[in-house]
Design a protein around this ligand. Structure first.
Ligand code: DC
Length: 219
């Protein structure tokens, strides 16, 4: 088992960008577990499987291969051999992903794959349940959070990048709806681990966020 850095928190808390940079500075492998739930969601939408059909959605998680690759400093997600990095960020996937990730069978398959990834490498893994469920004994645990308006502002850019123009209010509503489902589901909900260090990023710059985490790990 390598060194495990778990970073959890809600969408727009700055988790992904921070986790990526922390991994780069430490020379660790970065794992985006949200992208894994999004990829299963994309495939369920493509196959027109109703998310209420939990067994069928869990079967999809079993069948597909999800992998990551850095291409010219950009982190890409693959569904089998197809690059789905942009497709998994669409608002259609965002709307459905909380329902897919509430399915216990899906969570069990993906959590097992996440545990296998730590067998070989030192990792920075970000998600919702990494410090609580996937790696309750992680070497370092962080919980990132921020004010809802700040989080919505951060997401606006992500949507613009894929050509979707959404208002702050629309995005704030989407985030709140997802937070609610993610924190109230019965299987491994979004929750701060008791021993996680809280990083509130509302008033922090990106560099400050990264430094806080890297400094704790290196000391
Ligand atoms: O981090 P993100 O916004 O890309 O995650 C998408 C969704 O996946 C999020 O709404 C909840 C779910 N998720 C989860 O349930 N558990 C994880 N470890 C990561 C993400």
């Amino acid at each position: 088992m390598g060194i495990i850095v778990a970073i959890d928190g809600p969408a727009g808390s700055g988790k992904s960008s921070t986790a990526k940079e922390v991994a780069r500075r430490l020379g660790f492998t970065y794992v985006d577990t949200g992208a894994m739930y999004r990829t299963v969601t994309l495939e369920a939408l493509r196959r027109k499987v109703d998310v209420k059909n939990k067994n069928q959605v869990a079967q999809i998680a079993q069948e597909i291969t999800i992998s990551f690759k850095w291409i010219e400093d950009v982190h890409h997600t693959f569904l089998n051999d197809e690059d789905v990095s942009d497709k998994i960020r669409s608002s259609m996937v965002a709307d459905m992903v909380s329902q897919v990730s509430a399915i216990p069978g899906v969570r069990e398959v993906l959590a097992e794959r996440q545990r296998q990834m730590a067998m070989i490498d030192n990792i920075v893994m970000e998600g919702r349940d990494i410090g609580t469920n996937v790696f309750p004994d992680a070497d370092y645990k962080f919980y990132m959070d921020a004010d809802i308006r700040v989080r919505a502002h951060r997401r606006i850019k992500d949507y613009k990048n894929i050509g979707q123009d959404l208002s702050i209010d629309e995005i704030a509503r989407e985030l709140q709806k997802r937070d609610k489902i993610d924190s109230s589901r019965s299987h491994s909900p979004l929750k701060k681990a008791k021993d996680a260090i809280i990083i509130d990023t509302t008033d922090l710059t990106f560099e400050e966020q990264v430094k806080k985490i890297v400094t704790i790990i290196q000391h």
